[in-house]
Design a binder for this molecule. Sequence first.
Ligand code: ATP
Ligand code: MG
Length: 140
Amino acid sequence: MAIEKTFSIIKPDAVERNLIGDVVKMIQDSGLKVKAMKMIQMDRAKAEGFYAVHSERPFFGELVDYMISGPVVVSCLEGENAIENYRNLMGATNPADAAEGTIRAAFGQDIQNNSCHGSDAPETAATEIAYFFNDDELVG
Ligand code: ATP
Ligand code: MG
């Protein structure tokens, strides 16, 4: 299995509830390695660009409001099969449907306030990492 990089966001609901460390522990316990990590406050344009694929969805406005409601922790993670493994660690989009042992089952509040984001394919991972990190920040 190839070594891959993926992109993660610890979303505002989890940062606000002091869960950064708990989420990072689950990430690291899974074997994923942190290559880069920082806390940022996105502005509207940044969040709209990040979720542009969802711009026609009815929840887009609320999703952007939520993503800029407070700081987030963005990271680049690396490991074997990292993209799929991290999606599995996050669990289903709706925490009510997320399997036990996943980040969203442990911490997610509802389908919007679901505590984390993870890239869904190699192309999106590369785009999303570059959207938030310069090469000289990928130091891990
Ligand atoms: P993410 O892209 O954040 O990793 P995902 O791939 O599991 O999540 P998407 O369908 O890409 O899910 O939705 C992006 C985000 O939009 C979700 O994580 C959630 O915060 C929000 N969202 C998704 N569906 C809904 C909905 N029906 N109502 C409100 N918010 C939603
Ligand atoms: Mg998605």
